[in-house]
Write a protein that binds this ligand. Sequence first.
Ligand code: PDD
Length: 288
Amino acid sequence: MSDIVYLNGEFMPLENARISPLDRGFVFGDGVYEVIPVYSRHPFRLAEHFARLQNSLDGIRLANPLSDSAWMKITHDLIERNIASCGEDQSIYLQVTRGVAKRDHAFPKDVKQTVFMMASPLTTPPKEQIDNGARGITANDFRWLKCDVKSVALLGNCLLRQLAVDAGAVETILFRDGKLTEASASNVFVVKKGVLLAPPKDNRVLPGITYDVVMEIAQAREFEYEVRDISEAEVRNADEIWVTSSTKEVLAITNLDGKPVGSGHPGPVFRRMHALYQEFKRDVMRKG
Ligand code: PDD
């Protein structure tokens, strides 16, 4: 069965979806997006994803084309329509652009936003990667200073992510002014002497929904943690490094720039957090 997508008020097979080449998403990358994981047909933290969407829309001065209840209805509908093609665990992608207009950098007047949504099967890291960890590399964070806006203009992230792919690694961990920000498509945590360190959620990073889950688990289970700026040296001397995202969940980086991180194996704090995350997924996320 073919994928069913949502475009500007209608559900349709992907091959029937058409967008003008003058769409500002295509011409300027002028839009924002969300990626929402779905477990056993239940979208996870939908309200939080729509709150972040609103924040991104505010950040680019674009009105929200739909109410939260309309977004929720469409999301549930899209999930059900894609069970046959994607299964019950899905990744929902949605994007809103400033619409179709004659090319001019300034905002057009009275133009309707373009709304597009699609579903794909949710693919989380393979067991081998969870057990052994993954390779990471580092780079200078040369992106703009509104990284808290989930913009579709992802060229910086794409260039940075490709550096990892070229090096046979899964992620590129980023430093700005000697401080850890995040990775090309995930947030980053560090463990030193048993203490979990998290960079603050500010304009330098995307406020990850998975980041929040990890912090909530850390608080509820009394992990020792600190939310503060983390220096490049602290990352390079860390006992553990983790990356988190809706699709990666929590993944250990066990080799950074060709050197082992700590023991070179996923550490004890990671293993505890990963087990608690899986427990949370089974007991909370899958129940809706
Ligand atoms: N990316 N930071 C960046 C730059 C990201 O692109 C993402 C997620 C995250 C983690 O956010 P969350 O925990 O809400 O998934 C952090 C998504 C998955 C993507 O672009 O495909």
